[in-house]
Design a protein around this ligand. Structure first.
Ligand code: 6CS
Ligand code: FE
Length: 283
């Protein structure tokens, strides 16, 4: 298969204009109206208040603690900060029935199907805990760049649905996206080390855009995901995003559900020695 988005190169390469649409469906194939679809296509993200409400929203806090407690401390799906606190847990939808139900809400699954233009499956799911006081952020990156290089995701036909599990403020490690970056692929320099995910999930150094690229891209504006627990936030697989550290007393825990089109199934990695484990890229 010809690689449309070469990355992890030995030398810098020019940005590549996105080949595929950002929105694959239409206004009459799901709950989002034309304005919402156009906004998502232009900005690369879309805020959806009240994605999880009522009783389901109320028991989210309990779920956060019970998921962590239900795993063996050496479970590879638990990613820890340097101080040992939990940074992320992968596959929460296979661990918790409450999280599994969120993947099927009317405010979630039909939106993913509409954006991706058909049947979808969960490529990856995780809870980023962004604990109080000492949690560290995520440097700027495109998820698709990693999923293409390390998981073998062929094209840009995937979307992340973020559900705030705690209140997201501007000051507690908020998720930031750079407007419009869904429409440009930024090749990165540096080959993928073997078993890169053993370190990349606690601090990504490979597959990050250079500062010249970020300076130019940021001129389009940096958006912060802010909202109470239960708020939803959709962003395209290729949208550049990152988050600051959280030194406040308020944890910023978010559930990330990554939907991939069934017509975009993973093949061999485009720039890595071998595929990553299924809890990072479902096969
Ligand atoms: O490597 C990955 O798949 C993960 N890394 C980041 C920083 N975002 C997407 C995903 O969780
Ligand atoms: Fe990411």
């Amino acid at each position: 298969m010809i690689d449309p988005y070469p990355t992890r190169l030995p030398h810098p390469a020019a940005p590549i204009a996105r080949i595929e649409p950002t929105v694959w469906g239409t206004a009459n194939t799901g709950p989002l109206d034309q304005g919402a679809l156009d906004g998502y296509s232009n900005a690369g993200h879309l805020l959806q208040p009240n994605t999880v409400t009522g009783a389901r929203r109320a028991d989210l806090d309990d779920e956060l603690r019970s998921i962590a407690a239900s795993l063996d401390t050496s479970d590879p799906r638990i990613i820890r900060e340097a101080d040992g606190s939990i940074r992320s847990i992968f596959e929460p939808h296979l661990i918790s029935a409450a999280v599994k139900q969120m993947t099927e809400l009317d405010t979630v699954l039909p939106v993913a199907q509409q954006i991706l233009g058909g049947e979808v499956y969960i490529h990856q799911a995780r809870i980023n805990y962004m604990s109080a006081f000492t949690s560290t952020g995520f440097y700027w990156h495109s998820d698709f760049e990693t999923w293409h290089a390390e998981d073998g995701m062929p094209t840009m036909r995937a979307v992340s649905c973020v559900i705030a599990l705690t209140d997201n403020y501007p000051h507690n490690g908020t998720l930031m996206t750079i407007n419009g970056t869904n429409r440009t692929f930024y090749p990165c320099v540096g080959a993928t080390p073997a078993d890169n995910h053993a370190t990349s999930l606690a601090g990504q150094t490979v597959g990050v855009p250079d500062q010249e690229t970020l300076t130019a891209a940021a001129k389009q504006g940096i958006n912060q995901f802010v909202g109470p627990a239960g708020t939803g936030f959709w962003f395209d697989c290729n949208t550049l995003h990152g988050s600051n550290s959280n030194i406040t007393p308020f944890p910023r825990s978010n559930l990330f559900l990554v939907f991939n089109s069934v017509d975009n199934r993973l093949v061999e990695p485009f720039a890595a020695p071998k595929p990553r484990p299924p809890y990072l890229g479902a096969r």
